[in-house]
Design a protein around this ligand. Structure first.
Ligand SMILES: Nc1ncnc2c1ncn2[C@@H]1O[C@H](COP(=O)(O)OP(=O)(O)OP(=O)(O)O)[C@@H](O)[C@H]1O
Ligand SMILES: C[C@H](N)[C@H](N)CCCCCC(=O)O
Ligand SMILES: [Mg+2]
Length: 224
């Protein structure tokens, strides 16, 4: 079983778009997939539970089925830093708790699990725990979403270095245009990244207001 962890240069970089593209790419290859958004802040009450739109979207693109609570075991209402949302909700986020839910997904025997982070790479989950510890524990390979805006060169290189420092393998990076107007000199910035990043450019996703309805699997390439 392969595990992909989708991180980004920042919140709003396009991790959810890239998560969709990765799930579609794997489905196009005929693989059995499940999705996980382990910790989500920014949720809506559906009458029974807190629901997060990233998790809902990812679930549309996985090929196996599971209960919502396995995709998104920790869901908090306010769109704030998750460790603060958890503390306010009286929830203690622990590595054991996260791994228990991940194992329930793995027990469904998928070929791949695609996990979307929250925010950027160095995300606190509690006073003791940071997201990279979970990523390492689930033996994930990281895909870095680079949200193409001014400042992204620094953020992309810093993030790649930080992932290396966490001793977690990086598969590569995907460029995403999160705004209708592309950043100035978009192509030159991509060229600079290709020159400066240590890992592979796995694809690029253009802005499209209808991205949720699009087949994005062919926009990226993942090694087998
Ligand atoms: N390629 C794109 N085309 C159209 N809209 C996009 C694209 N990429 C991002 N957006 C828009 O930008 C916003 C942020 O993107 P997204 O939700 O994927 O970010 P994220 O990195 O997943 O953030 P979070 O940390 O909240 O999970 C969304 O509202 C999305 O609709
Ligand atoms: C609410 C937002 N859209 C994300 N889900 C959470 C972003 C957390 C960022 C934490 C930080 O690095 O400051
Ligand atoms: Mg997201």
């Amino acid at each position: 079983m392969k595990v992909y962890f989708i991180t980004g240069t920042d919140t709003d970089a396009g991790k959810t778009v890239v998560t969709q593209a990765v799930l579609q790419h794997l489905a196009d290859k005929g693989l059995k997939t499940l999705a996980m958004k382990p910790v989500a802040s920014g949720c809506e009450w559906d009458g029974e539970r807190w629901i997060n739109s990233d998790a809902v979207n990812a679930r549309r693109h996985m090929t196996l089925e599971c209960d919502y609570s396995l995709t998104n075991p920790y869901a908090f209402e306010p769109a704030i830093a998750p460790h603060i949302a958890a503390e306010e909700a009286g929830v203690s986020l622990s590595l054991e708790g996260l791994l228990k839910h991940f194992k329930q997904l793995a027990d469904l025997n998928p070929d791949a699990i695609v996990v979307e982070g929250a925010g950027g790479w160095l995300l606190p989950l509690s006073e003791q725990l940071m997201m990279p510890e979970f990523v390492k524990a689930i033996n994930a390979e990281v895909i870095l979403t680079v949200g193409m805006k001014l400042g992204c060169l620094n953020h992309a290189m810093l993030t790649e270095q930080a992932i290396f420092s966490s001793s977690v393998p990086v598969l590569g990076w995907i460029t995403n245009q999160p705004t209708v107007e592309p950043m100035a000199r978009l192509e030159q910035n991509v060229t600079t990244l290709k020159h400066r990043m240590a890992t592979a450019h796995l694809g690029s996703i253009a802005f499209d207001a209808d991205w949720k309805q699009l087949a994005l699997g062919s926009r990226i390439q993942l090694p087998d």
